[in-house]
Write a protein that binds this ligand. Sequence first.
Ligand SMILES: [Mn+2]
Length: 354
Amino acid sequence: MNRIERLKNRMPRGCQGVIVMSETNREYLAHFLSSAGTLLIFPEQAYFIIDSRYIEVARKKVAGAEVILQDKLYEQIGELCRKHNVTELQCEKELTLGEYDMLSNRLPGIRLLSDGGLSDLIQQQRAIKEREEIQAICSAQAITDAAFLEILNYIRPGVTEKEVAAELEYYMRKKGADGLAFETIVASGVNGSMPHAVPSDKKIAAGEFVTMDYGAKLEGYCSDMTRTVAVGEITEEQHRIYETVLLAHMTSMEAAKAGVYGDELDKIARDIIYKAGYEGCFGHSLGHSLGLDIHERPMSTFSRHDLLPAGTIMTIEPGIYVEGKYGVRIENMILITEHGYVNLTGSERELITL
Ligand SMILES: [Mn+2]
């Protein structure tokens, strides 16, 4: 059964039709990436309306929907609604206010339902990965792992954060990545205390940590990994921080399995870090799901009570950030299974000193 059929089967009874306009939901449901396009799903038939830039590829690739060349979009939507006797459409909460206004104004006689139900259903479906999705993420991670091995030969005192980021990205592209999963983070020394630091012209120096958070994108799917390496001799305190983060990472990962809640994993990691004396030095969440988007639901965070179902891919990424000094983060991806997890990240986690 294709993704559109599966969504249709999960829609509440009485649902007349669905309109999907947000990019990754559309990409997921129709198996087709485009910067524009409208997916209309009715009980009897689904339609993918797309403009001439994409029409040729769309006709070959779109799965589960009839492909229609976009002409006058809103008139086409209205006409299809009339053809299927549809007077109300479920829409996503991802729509912008502008898009929502446009739909309401240009589709007279059609009631738009935007209670979030549709978005939640798509999100839940996307959370449980199919075999081909897991394969794409693993292939993206294989490129990410290969780039890590490569960059170990490159990092040395005098090289800048921007140069390290550029090498990582160039290497991933050369190894077949379609692009980056997100903006590469390279943070050295004092910059390491900022979890989402932007690579700068700062030169890496001996005695510093270098944190790299990056990932390749392949076939639409993201990978996500963070490693922190030491350059030259580091202090005992730096060793202690690294070992604490690694322990929090390993211990919370060991507890992962279907049926566990994300906040439970977060607490395991957080307790280890706080008990080691670093309360207030781990501000972000333990992890997130990912797929076509780099951040998807469920999450492992203190602020949400998200169930982790089998088939979900989660990151485990605790960190310690000491303002004005340094920071450490270690991040792997895991596949949640009935009885535990499968680690999808191949790179070494023990401290590497260059
Ligand atoms: Mn991440």
